[in-house]
Design a protein around this ligand. Structure first.
Ligand SMILES: *Cc1c(COP(=O)(O)O)cnc(C)c1O
Length: 408
């Protein structure tokens, strides 16, 4: 009755999940090792090492949280936010709202500033707000996949460091696709994603944090020990980390030579992440970022040659997501449906104020390659003609080919 699994091979051009590197899929088929087997713990250590390189950091702590990217965000936020802490979260798209929701659930007193979707913040505006709000933590999204915009972080990071504020960054969409310079930008904790530019399936969230964050964690752990003596005042109880699964201080003991048992490591996902990181480092970070820029350029030129408009401020465009304004009177969902049904190509819609207004095409990791860019342009053109949109037929693929001929 239930047939053997035999999934379609789709061209995934969404901002996640993206096509997985064949080598990663193969790595996931290897046999399971016990989680304290030295052979396995060595793989854990190698994964930590490669994560440091990808995050461009000297931080000791860099390891994956088991769970999707938001698990990484939740682990960082719940481990450093104590009830009543002021947290400033500037919002320029959907994922700023996610940071806010998670922070509030852990009792933060959140202050938001918002800018129009399709824009990012002038760093000076954020810094002014930081001086006014005086938060303990500033949390921000680096690449907003919901709009296709990317926030410059360096000046904000420097201001936070100067004022002794913790700076937390959601780099889920950007890690492995464009530079995320944790140390240079003075980021105290960063969260990456696997199913976007690393081209690994969804299910792990690599994070990194520095000694400033570690100090907060150790302080809270001390309180926990104090409480077991029953000598600490009642209000200290409120300061305990509320999550067991996401308690970074426990996870540090698990990801250190102490190897204190916490959860059962997601063995096959660790194989996958390790292989994905190996591929990133073999390609080289700089070469990988240049590749993402090249295919972005071909895609954008193609879309424009077709006669469509790119959505959002071009000065802050996220190189791995291209947002396109849906032409007036066109049912965006019908176009997406036809792309999937007839061409097995998936592109994304958007959320909230942008629902029905834009399509989003991801060009991330293994999905970010010439074949996919040319396919999506050709197919989109055909589908739009089918929907009676007046496009400059034939121009899109030619414009992309021009870029490839010039720059490849
Ligand atoms: C995709 C994404 C997330 C959420 O990732 P999940 O893996 O779905 O939990 C968070 N932030 C940003 C910027 C994203 O693009």
């Amino acid at each position: 009755m239930y047939k053997e699994l035999n999934t379609s091979v789709c061209t995934l051009m969404t901002p996640g999940p993206v096509e997985v590197e064949p080598r990663v899929l193969r790595a996931m088929c290897t046999s399971i090792l016990g989680q304290f087997d030295p052979e396995f713990t060595e793989l854990m250590n190698q994964t930590m090492e490669m994560l440091r390189t990808v995050f461009q950091t000297k931080n000791h702590w860099a390891f994956p949280i088991d769970g999707t990217s938001r698990a990484g965000i939740e682990a960082v936020l719940c481990s450093i936010i104590e009830p009543g802490d002021r947290v400033l979260i500037p919002i320029y798209g959907r994922f700023g709202h996610l940071l806010t929701e998670i922070a509030e659930r852990y009792g933060a007193d959140v202050a938001n500033i918002e800018t129009d979707w399709g824009q990012v913040f002038d760093p000076q505006v954020v810094i002014q707000e930081i001086r006014k709000v005086k938060p303990k933590i500033v949390a921000m999204v680096h690449g907003e996949t919901s709009t296709g915009c990317m926030q410059p972080l360096k000046e904000i990071g420097e201001a936070c460091r100067e004022l002794d504020i913790l700076f937390v960054v959601d780099a889920v969409a950007t890690i492995g696709g464009t530079a995320v310079k944790v140390d240079e930008w003075k980021i105290d904790a960063a969260i990456g994603g696997t199913q976007k530019c690393l081209s690994v399936p969804s299910g792990m969230a690599p994070i990194t944090f520095n000694s400033r964050v570690e100090a907060v964690l150790l302080q809270r752990k001390k309180i926990e020990r104090g409480l077991t003596d029953a000598s600490e005042p009642q209000n200290q109880q409120a300061r305990l980390i509320r999550s067991n699964y996401f308690d970074l201080s426990q996870l540090m003991d698990y990801w250190s030579p102490v190897r204190l048992n916490h959860h059962t490591e997601a063995t096959s996902m660790l194989y996958a992440l390790r292989e994905g990181l190996r591929i990133v480092l073999e390609e080289g970070l700089e070469a990988r970022f240049i590749r993402h820029k090249l295919h972005e350029k071909a895609l954008v030129q193609g879309i424009q040659a077709m006669g469509l408009k790119i959505y959002g401020d071009p000065n802050c465009k996220l190189p791995v997501v291209t947002s396109i304004t849906i032409p007036d009177g066109i049912d965006g969902e019908s176009v997406r449906r036809m792309l999937l049904q007839d061409f097995q190509i998936e592109i994304a819609s958007s959320f909230g104020p942008l629902k029905g207004k834009i399509w989003r095409i991801g060009s991330m990791g293994y999905s970010c390659r010439k074949k996919n860019v040319l396919h999506v342009l050709g197919a989109l053109e055909a589908v739009l003609i089918r929907h009676k949109v007046k496009v400059c037929a034939g121009d899109a693929v030619q414009a992309a080919l021009d870029i490839y001929q010039k720059e490849e």
